[in-house]
Design a protein around this ligand. Structure first.
Ligand code: NAI
Length: 351
C-alpha cells in the first residue's frame, strides 16, 4: 500500500480503526496553506485498502484545487470509510468516525459525500463539532445540491457569454446527463432561462418527471453524448469525457456538476483542439462547497450570492486566459489554483 510517491504531496494521512464499531477509514489532509482542510467523507465497499488510499489521496488533492480556485480560505482534505453503506453504516460507526475527525483538532472538517447523507452527519456531530453541511435543525444549511446547481447554471451563463459574444442561454439546447440532486435543479434553472432540454438518466421515473416538468426530450443513457446540443452538462459520474465519448460529442460547451469529468489530461487538450469550451469541473461545481464553507463564518445569503458571482467571474477569467495562452481550460484552472497556494505559502514562510 505504501509508496513514498503516492502521498509525497500530502501533509498528513491517518489510518483509523475502531474494532468495536467495525470502522476502518482513512483521513487525508492534502494541503492547509489556505486554511483547515475541508472535504466530504465517502463510504464505499473498496475492494482493498490500496484502492481506498488511492481514492482518498486523489480526492483530497482535488479539494485543495477546488477551494483555492473558489477563493476560499480553506485547504483540501477528504475521508473514506471502507465498507458498504447499506449494511455497515451504524450510529456507533458514525460516532467513531466523529471521534477520529475530532482527534484532528480542526485541521480536517468533514461533510457528506457519496454513500453518506446529511442525516448521518447528525450522528457524526455527536462526537465532533468539525462538521459542515449539517441539517438545518442542527444549525447547518442543509442540502448543498441546489446551490451546486445554481453555481453550474451561472457558470454555463458565463461560458455562453464567452463562446457566443455576450449571448444568454435563451433558445439554446442543453443535454443534461443525470437528473439527481444537482441535475434536477440545474434543469429547473435552465428551463426558467428559456433553454430547451434533452435529458438522460438510468432511472426512468426521473426522466419521465423531467419530460413532464420541463418539456424535456428524453434519450437513452448511452445516446446523450451524441445529442446535437449547444451545451453538454455531465451531472452523473466521472470520467465521462474519454476516448469513446469524445468523437461522439456535438456540442460547443461542456459544463456540469460531476467530479473528474476528464478521463485524463490529454482529453482536455483534445477538447481544446476541437473548439469545445470546457468549464473545468472543480471550478464550476464548487457552489455547494462555497455554501457549506459559509457555515463556519455565519451564513448570509448576500455573501453566498456574491461568492457565486465570483465563481462565474473566475470561470470567465479562466476562459480568457486559456484562449490567450493556447492551453486547455483545465490546465489553466490548475495554474490559477497553484498560484493562489504559492502566494499563501510565501506569506507564511519565515522571513
Ligand atoms: P445523485 O446521486 O443525486 O444523482 C446522480 C444521478 O445520475 C442519478 O439520478 C442517477 O440515476 C444518474 N445516473 C447514474 N448513472 C447514470 C448514467 N450512466 N447515465 C445517466 N444518468 C446516470 O448525485 P448528485 O448529488 O446530483 O451529484 C451529481 C454529480 O455531481 C456527482 O458526480 C457528484 O459527485 C457531483 N457533485 C455533487 C455536488 C453536490 O452538491 N451534490 C457537489 C459537487 C459535485
Amino acid at each position: 500500500v505504501f509508496s513514498a510517491e503516492s502521498f509525497a504531496d500530502h501533509e498528513q494521512v491517518v489510518f483509523v480503526s475502531d474494532p468495536d464499531s467495525g470502522l476502518r477509514a482513512i483521513i487525508a489532509i492534502h494541503d492547509t496553506s489556505l486554511g483547515p482542510a475541508l472535504g466530504g467523507c465517502r463510504m464505499y465497499p473498496y475492494p482493498s485498502e490500496e484502492d481506498a488510499l488511492r481514492d482518498v489521496l486523489r480526492l483530497s488533492r482535488g479539494m485543495t484545487y477546488k477551494a483555492a480556485a473558489a477563493g476560499l480560505d480553506l485547504g483540501g482534505g477528504k475521508a473514506v470509510i471502507i465498507g458498504d453503506p447499506r449494511r455497515q453504516k451504524t450510529p456507533a460507526l458514525l460516532q467513531a468516525m466523529g471521534r477520529a475527525v475530532d482527534r484532528m483538532a480542526g485541521r480536517y472538517i468533514t461533510a457528506e459525500d457519496v454513500g453518506t447523507t446529511v442525516a448521518d452527519f447528525a450522528e457524526v456531530h455527536k462526537t465532533t463539532r468539525h462538521v459542515v453541511g449539517l441539517p438545518v435543525e442542527l444549525g447547518g444549511t442543509g442540502d448543498p445540491s441546489p446551490t451546486t446547481a445554481l453555481g453550474v447554471f451561472l457558470g454555463l451563463e458565463a461560458a455562453a457569454r464567452h463562446r457566443w459574444n455576450g449571448r444568454t442561454l435563451s433558445g439554446r439546447t442543453v443535454a443534461v446527463q443525470g437528473l439527481g440532486n444537482v441535475g434536477w435543479h440545474l434543469c429547473r434553472y435552465l428551463a426558467e432561462a428559456g433553454a430547451r432540454l434533452v435529458v438522460a438518466d438510468v432511472d426512468e421515473d426521473r426522466t419521465a418527471r423531467a419530460a413532464a416538468a420541463f418539456s424535456a426530450e428524453v434519450v437513452r443513457p448511452q445516446a446523450i453524448y451524441a445529442v446535437e446540443a449547444d451545451i453538454f452538462a455531465p451531472c452523473a459520474m466521472g470520467a465521462v469525457l474519454n476516448d469513446e465519448t469524445l468523437p461522439q460529442l456535438r456540442c460547443a460547451i461542456i459544463g456540469g456538476a460531476a467530479n473528474n469529468q476528464l478521463a485524463c489530461d490529454a482529453h482536455g487538450e483534445r477538447l481544446r483542439e476541437r473548439g469545445i469550451l470546457y468549464a473545468p469541473d472543480f471550478v464550476i461545481n464548487a457552489g455547494g462547497m462555497i455554501r457549506v464553507a459559509l457555515e463556519r463564518d455565519g451564513f448570509a445569503q448576500a455573501l453566498l450570492d456574491d461568492r457565486l458571482k465570483g465563481l462565474a467571474a473566475t470561470l470567465s477569467a479562466i476562459f480568457e486566459r486559456a484562449e490567450r495562452d493556447g492551453k486547455p481550460t483545465q490546465a489553466t484552472a490548475i495554474d490559477l489554483a497553484q498560484e493562489r497556494l504559492r502566494a499563501a505559502r510565501a506569506r507564511q514562510a519565515p522571513s
